[in-house]
Design a protein around this ligand. Structure first.
Ligand code: DGT
Ligand code: CA
Ligand code: CA
Length: 571
């Protein structure tokens, strides 16, 4: 699906036009269209092919033509021209979280700031606060934004790499010369951000495989092409490395190129201690150089006296020691999930009706679905008034009457106010099948204040789940400074499930927090935070994070059958 790609280009055009000081309505057209395409439940390529682009809100004839060009060629001349008209440093400044076109234009016009480095200097020297609408806080926010940008530079979110990688794999599967094929690297470990995509193949005819590899339609340019390694850059600027090895080395190469580097270093040390040598070609006798195993990953781990270690655990965080003792957890599996609890319907800011969501998720194989719309104060997200809550509950009952072997649970994502109180009265909270509590505004608080706010909220007896506990947005907003140990302790005392929000920009709690929670005996709930049907597929990134946090099936509410869910929620 190219939806996100097209939406991103349109957002960038809107920013560029703002920068150029274009008239307001033109800019708005690009943003409206970008938003509509982002949550579109159809593949934009299909819509384009069937000539239905103009049915998308905000898309007129001219814009439809541009979108078509973008889909067909991967490029848009208008966009390229626009970029050339504006100093490239200003474009880079737009990538700083929290810095919009208006502010960039102001620092450029009044201070002559043209690059991120100059902007950093100007902030440090306190020059921005001399401008209208800027203050010391703005300067600090910009400095923090620059830091955040530098941390994620050149990396993409997991879902972007995953979709690109799977599409490439589908293409490579058509190549007759390839025997076995796998994703490797950080993508196989399902890390929250990915630097580049690594793919491994085995073949007796590597040159033919490489020829086929570079012929892929999404390739922008070839960086290097050899018979063991070829690297290309895709049209969305993501790099893909392909390695081709012989069948007998496939397992050892997969082990090597899956990483992490830290995991591999430890593995090689263990091999040496036992009189072996381990590299991407196989496991060898240290003295005689005789090949021992290498066809399959499992053989290698077992030969070294280790349990097989799932890719998501390979970070050298104690997994090798546990594998030696045969004490690794049996991780939750991707198909263990029986339902999602964090879904927004068109009663608040989601794009689909409850009925449509129910039918779709049942066809996906779920047993239940939890609809958690926003609460009354969250006006930007069309939060539900108390009267509307009552109406919505009736609607859910109506939908449930029509469904067989499936249940819609009516919940809410209730806002936590700055003082830790909740956005609905207890009387209203009691009406829901389940209650998520979550922070949605006033993020700037001290560690003590924020910890108090969150723990007070989950101490309310009607709250079942804590939504996206740290509120981070990867690459855009830092997590709260929370006393996570204390939050976990209170969650345990109050039987509150901590969410692993599966939305790829969030993945919140993260893997390390999940592991800490598990060690302290707290339980978890997975939620996609879906606002459209396609977002429901984000569940796998939540499961990946749970696996990276060493969680087992029993630690995660969504793996339980409906009966047990209802028993828990009625307590
Ligand atoms: P990324 O791409 O930054 O998200 O992270 P990775 O883990 O995919 O790293 P990448 O693409 O540089 O290399 C893929 C794997 O290859 C890496 O996880 C382990 C292995 N590898 C690469 N370079 C080295 C190295 O210098 N030493 C060792 N032991 N392994 C390496
Ligand atoms: Ca990689
Ligand atoms: Ca790589």
């Amino acid at each position: 699906m190219k939806n996100q790609f097209v939406a991103d280009v349109l957002y960038q055009i809107a920013d560029l036009l703002d920068l150029k000081g274009e008239i307001f309505f033109k800019t708005r057209a690009y943003r409206t269209a970008a938003q509509a395409i982002e949550v579109l439940d159809e593949d934009i390529e299909v819509v384009a092919k069937e000539g239905r682009l103009r049915e998308i809100p905000g898309v007129g004839e001219a814009l439809a033509k541009k979108i078509k060009e973008l889909i067909d060629t991967g490029k848009l001349e208008y966009f390229e021209k626009l970029k050339k008209e504006i100093p490239v440093g200003l474009l880079n400044m737009l990538k700083i979280p929290g810095l919009g076109p208006k502010k960039v234009a102001a620092v450029y016009q009044h201070l002559g700031v043209k690059t991120i480095e100059q902007l950093r200097q100007a902030c440090l020297e306190g020059k921005l606060r001399t401008l209208d609408g800027f203050g010391e806080t703005t300067e600090n926010n910009i400095l923090r934004g620059i830091q955040l940008l530098e941390k994620t530079r050149g990396r993409v979110l997991l879902n972007v790499a995953y979709e690109d990688g799977m599409k490439y794999i589908d293409y490579l599967k058509q190549c007759n010369e390839i025997q076995r094929l796998s994703i490797a690297g950080s993508l196989r470990r399902m890390k929250e951000t990915i630097g580049d995509i690594d793919i491994l193949a085995s073949s007796d005819n590597p040159d033919k495989v490489m020829d086929y590899f570079v012929e892929y339609s999404d390739v922008q340019r070839v960086l290097l092409k050899g018979s063991t390694k070829t690297s290309v850059v895709l049209k969305d600027d993501l790099q893909v490395d392909l390695r081709v090895v012989k069948e007998e080395s496939f397992g050892s190469a997969l082990q090597y190129f899956t990483g992490s580097k830290e995991h591999n270093v430890k593995m090689r040390g263990i091999a040496i201690k036992q009189g072996f040598k381990l590299n991407e070609y196989g496991l060898f006798d240290k003295e005689t150089n005789e090949y021992i195993v290498g066809k399959d990953e499992k053989e290698i781990y077992n030969k070294l006296g280790l349990m097989y270690i799932e890719p998501e655990l390979r970070e050298n965080r104690g997994e090798i020691e546990m594998a030696e003792k045969h004490k690794l957890p049996k991780l939750i599996m991707y198909n263990d999930v029986k339902g999602d609890f964090h879904v927004h319907s068109n009663w608040s800011d989601g794009s689909e009706s409850i009925q449509t969501i129910a039918e779709y998720t049942q066809s996906k194989g779920y047993e239940y679905i939890g609809i958690a719309d926003h609460s009354q104060s969250l006006k930007v997200a069309r939060g539900l008034s108390e009267e509307k809550v009552v109406k919505k509950i009736k609607e859910v009952e109506k939908v449930n009457k029509k469904l067989l072997d499936f249940k819609v649970l009516c919940g809410t994502e209730c806002d936590i106010k700055p003082d830790g109180s909740l956005d609905y009265s207890d009387k209203v909270l009691k009406l829901f099948d389940f209650v998520y509590a979550g922070v949605h505004s006033t993020f700037k608080m001290t560690r003590e204040e924020m910890t108090k706010r969150v723990t007070k909220a989950i101490e309310n007896e009607h709250v079942d789940f804590l939504a996206h506990p740290t509120c981070r947005l990867i690459g855009r907003r830092e997590p709260f400074d929370l006393d996570m140990e204390q939050v976990i302790d209170v969650a345990k005392e109050t039987n509150t499930f901590l969410e692993i929000n599966a939305f790829p920009d969030r993945l919140d709690l993260n893997d390390l927090h999940a592991r800490l929670g598990k060690e302290k005996g707290v339980k978890f709930v997975l939620g996609t935070d879906a606002h459209s049907l396609t977002h429901l597929d984000f569940m796998q990134y939540g499961v990946a994070t749970a696996r990276r946090g060493w969680l087992e099936k029993k630690d995660v509410l969504n793996t339980y059958p409906l009966k047990e869910i209802e028993r828990f929620l009625s307590r």
